[in-house]
Design a protein. Structure first.
Length: 309
């Protein structure tokens, strides 16, 4: 059966571990393996803006020996109403995998349903699972390897209801980590995602908590993560969000509460002075540029793993 990666819990803990180990191998050797030699094509589709995802999938697919076929919604027939299923049926005859950044999760589920080749979620409104693989690989790399992840506490501060918060919940629970989401009332993560993450954590030795204050989230954390307060699609609420999330800004006051040597993550793009201060983003505990580089290694690992199933 074709395997897809639509949300973080589509990989079991041992499968996630295999992918993370492979990501570290690709960091050591960019040409570790070339499953798309031929070249075979991989479709990379965008319904939303992107810098990192577009670059890392394009470069990564090329380094895997393949051809990245990048399409924007505005220039494809999907943008004029061709169905998702019909698009999948056309693509699967010609490409080895489909990578898609889109809006609702149901759209990528529909693509996967109709596709005989792996479909990869390159961000939806609900999840950003490729980013979490990169984040976990970057944290592990900074701490000597994948074994270091189990038992770490990651605190995410800011919009608890966005794609990054949901993916941290599922992805970190899968890795056996303790995940804390610090977010104001009105922005709590989806209850079903929290419940699923708690179920996973119960089996991996991790834990899940949604807390109401910055300090409860940050105190003693090994990893601090944040994301923009205004995700793509939330622009109309910019003012209300800036007020609600300000108490959850990541600053030097946040780092004063964490475990010594805590690592700082941000999926980028970052807005200095909003969700994170420039001092922290550009400071010695920030690993955001390694994290951005790990998009390349982690996605190459994921694609290699998926087409091998
Ligand atoms: N972090 C991330 O997905 O960046 P882009 O939106 O630039 O792809
Ligand atoms: N939460 C952000 C992530 C951007 C990479 C968004 O969806 O816009």
């Amino acid at each position: 059966m074709t395997r897809h990666f639509l949300r973080d819990d589509d990989l079991t803990p041992s499968e996630q571990r295999e992918v993370l180990e492979l990501a570290l191998a690709f960091k050591r050797d960019r040409y570790h393996s070339q499953p798309f030699a031929g070249p075979q094509a991989v479709a990379v589709l965008f319904d939303k803006h992107s810098t990192r995802t577009r670059v890392s999938f394009s470069v990564g697919i090329a380094e895997l020996g393949g051809f990245p076929l990048v399409l924007d919604a505005g220039t494809s027939q999907m943008g004029r109403g061709e169905s998702i299923a019909d698009t999948a049926r056309v693509l699967e005859r010609q490409v080895s995998a489909i990578v898609w950044r889109t809006h609702g999760q149901e759209r990528i589920e529909e693509m996967a349903e109709a596709s005989g080749v792996p479909v990869v979620n390159a961000l939806t409104d609900q999840f950003h699972p490729c980013q979490i693989l990169a984040d976990l690989a970057a944290v592990a790399d900074g701490r000597g390897g994948v074994d270091a992840l189990k038992g770490l506490t990651l605190a995410y501060l800011g919009d608890g209801a966005n794609n990054m918060a949901h993916s941290y919940l599922l992805g970190c629970a899968t890795a056996g980590m303790h995940v804390r989401i610090g977010t104001p009332e009105g922005y709590r993560p989806d209850a079903a995602v929290v419940a699923k993450a708690a179920e996973i954590a119960a089996a991996t030795g991790g834990s899940v908590a949604v807390v109401r204050t910055h300090d409860e989230a940050a105190t003693g954390a090994d990893v601090i993560a944040t994301d923009t307060w205004i995700s793509m699609g939330d622009e109309a609420e910019a003012e209300a969000r800036a007020t609600a999330f300000l108490p959850f800004q990541v600053s030097s006051a946040t780092l004063a509460l964490t475990a010594p040597g805590a690592q700082v993550l941000h999926c980028l793009p970052a807005y200095r002075g909003k969700e994170i201060t420039g001092e922290v983003l550009d400071g010695p505990q920030s690993i955001v540029w390694d994290e951005a580089e790990f998009r390349l290694h982690a996605q190459k690992a994921l694609l290699t793993w998926l087409v091998d199933q």
